[in-house]
Design a protein around this ligand. Sequence first.
Ligand code: ZN
Length: 313
Amino acid sequence: MRELLLLDPVCVHNIWGGTKLREEFGYPVEGSGIGECWGISAHPNGDGTVRSGSFKGRKLSWVWKEHPEFFGSLPYDRYPLLTKIIDAQDDLSIQVHPDDAYAGEHENGSLGKTECWYIMDCGEDAKIVIGHNARTEEELHAMVEEARWGELIREIPIRKGDFLQIDPGTVHAIKAHTLILETQQNSDITYRLYDYDRLQDGKKRELHIEKSLDVIRVPERDTRDCVKSTENLPENTLNQIYSCDKYSVFKLDVNGKASFAQKYPFLAASVLEGEGRVDGTNVRKGDHFILSAGYGDVEMEGKMSLILSTVEK
Ligand code: ZN
């Protein structure tokens, strides 16, 4: 099979969102507070629609179910990944995700959530929340109980082009004025640890302290290891920037012409900047597409920057 499947994403409103996803990326979504574009998603809370080709008008979950060969007939019961663009205009709540074992037992057999972020844009001197400073379980419980959040929460500086891996059990949050591309397991299970004591409609949002304490890793690793710069990667090359048992993620900057072999079960791609062509199909900033199993040689041209992902067979 040799097919390029372009997707129409699903956008989601959140209290911390903005209007960039409509105004800069052109997604047809009304109002303000647009926090997320679920660009490549077969999740029931936001199932993308195929824009053109033989599956035009079908949901991605339908293609996954009816045409497993498109994705290399993988041994998963659902499309394994979820790719989002997140526009945070305000700080997101501080959260942590369970792994597959904990989610399977406590969340009706759901998958856990391993995720990673590519920083598309952020302010100067921007920071992100990743990890915590408690040395023992007792210290973690005490700090949470006594609301010593400033002491507990670890922040690190970030720059445009940084890549961060967020394993289950890692306390994390995006801060205001950060635009990211998130690649994650196809799961929506999040435990909220702290929400800066903010009120929404006069009430604080629900926290999940017990479950958070169950899954937070103590002591934390050296969080400097979670960040990787993608500066100075060669142009016109499919650069693998991360790989784990849940996904492999690549960065590709096309400047002129780029050719490579699509040898993965599938290759999901998001155009973050610029525009160009993929084997004759025009794509531009904000477009998301998937190249099928057995696609073979890919030729891209133009000036554009992409993040791509797949899973190991
Ligand atoms: Zn998360």
